[in-house]
Design a protein around this ligand. Structure first.
Ligand code: IPM
Ligand code: MG
Length: 361
């Protein structure tokens, strides 16, 4: 089959890690008889440099014409990059938020899994890491604080900055349904995370999630406050199966979850809607400090490409082949610097991509 993939290389380490994921996809194409066509799309700083805006109409159109999008990462050093002298709506991140919103990608799935081989890289105590964990964060991606009205104003000589956190019940219901659907395919436990002891939006969240749960009697639902969840993730991550949460809480908790897998360079993600289209990107940022040095870990992007094969193209066998190849290379002891420890073999970005590509059979 033929597949048309929009490719956003982005900024910082983005181009390097996407190149490795494309190598892996091309090998999948060879082995399984598929043809992947790539259309490059500019976003973030790379787009600002060319068009003066982080997401141009042309790019948005190209994104709409793709069957799925594979992305690296966007943004620069927030204190030194000239992109951050621009007004907030013209900065790199605004382009990504707009793209997610325009494409209606409301469901962000971020799996966090501790590979046995990376137990040593996990910063948690041995008693905890040896239990392992395998969880998925289902993050609402197009509502809440990141999309609410915001303003900065001066009243009587004092500056005020305001951001608003709004959810309507339909937005909560559709992400809750996705969360329960995923939980049903896994260990059938869903933890809905909110701050219902303080926020109205969280109280509505809890009410709607509780209501959706009635259609999933086989899934165990628990509610957890976000501050407690942040603590539980480092105390006992094995207790979680699916964590369902709103946009900002999911942003924060997914960075925390990625770190306990050994490195933020391991966490893939899929941004989905109600049809097979999706945007696939690592959960980590553009790491401008290590860009261009061939030291970034491409695994999160490669695993995101596997999610693309599974969720946008329904190529389950092929997705598993990629995941298996990653597993084998880790078993063989190859590590980029972020997950390197004594008795493992240090490799660069390209070499890691090559080893994974070779293990696809
Ligand atoms: C992420 C990132 C983005 C987000 C930024 C770059 C806007 O942190 O994908 O987690 O907050 O969603
Ligand atoms: Mg984030």
């Amino acid at each position: 089959m033929d597949y048309k993939i929009g490719v956003i290389k982005g900024d910082g380490i983005g181009p390097e890690i996407v190149t490795e994921a494309m190598k892996v996809l091309n090998k999948i194409g060879e082995v399984y008889g598929h043809q992947f066509y790539y259309q490059e799309i500019l976003l973030g700083g790379a787009s600002i440099d060319v068009y003066g805006v982080p997401l141009s109409d042309e790019s948005l159109q190209l994104a709409r014409e793709s069957e799925a999008i594979l992305m690296g990462s966007i943004g620069g050093n927030t204190t030194t990059s000239p992109w951050y002298q621009l007004p907030p709506n013209l900065r790199p991140e605004a382009g990504l938020l707009k793209l997610r919103k325009e494409l209606g990608l409301f469901a962000n799935m971020r799996p966090a899994y501790l590979y046995k081989e990376l137990e040593g890289a996990c910063p948690l105590k041995k008693e905890i890491s040896e239990q392992g964990f395998d969880l998925v964060i289902m993050r609402e991606l197009t509502g809440g604080l990141y999309f609410g009205e915001r303003k900065t104003e001066e009243i009587d000589g004092v500056r005020y900055a305001t951001d608003t956190l709004t959810y309507n019940e339909d937005e909560i219901r559709r992400i809750a349904i996705r969360g329960f659907d995923i939980a049903r395919q896994r260990r059938k436990k869903l933890t809905s995370v909110d701050k219902a002891n303080v926020l109205d939006s969280s109280r509505l969240w809890r009410e709607i999630v509780t209501d959706v749960a009635k259609d999933y009697p086989d899934v165990t639902l628990e509610h957890m406050l976000v501050d407690n969840c942040a603590m539980q993730l480092v105390r006992d991550p094995a207790q979680f199966d699916v964590i369902l949460t709103e946009n900002m809480f999911g942003d924060i908790l997914s960075d925390e979850a990625s770190m306990i897998t050994g490195s933020i360079g391991m966490l893939s993600s899929a941004s989905l809607r109600d049809d097979p289209f999706g945007l696939y990107e690592p959960s980590h940022g553009s790491a401008p400090d290590i860009a261009g040095q061939n030291i970034a870990n491409p695994i999160a992007t490669i695993l995101s490409a596997a999610m693309m094969l599974r969720y946008s193209f329904q190529l389950e066998k092929e997705a598993e082949a990629v995941e298996k190849a990653v597993q084998i290379v880790l078993e063989e002891g190859y590590r980029t610097i972020d997950i390197h420890s004594d008795n493992t073999k240090l490799v660069g970005t390209k070499e890691m991509g090559d080893f994974i590509t070779k293990r696809i059979l």
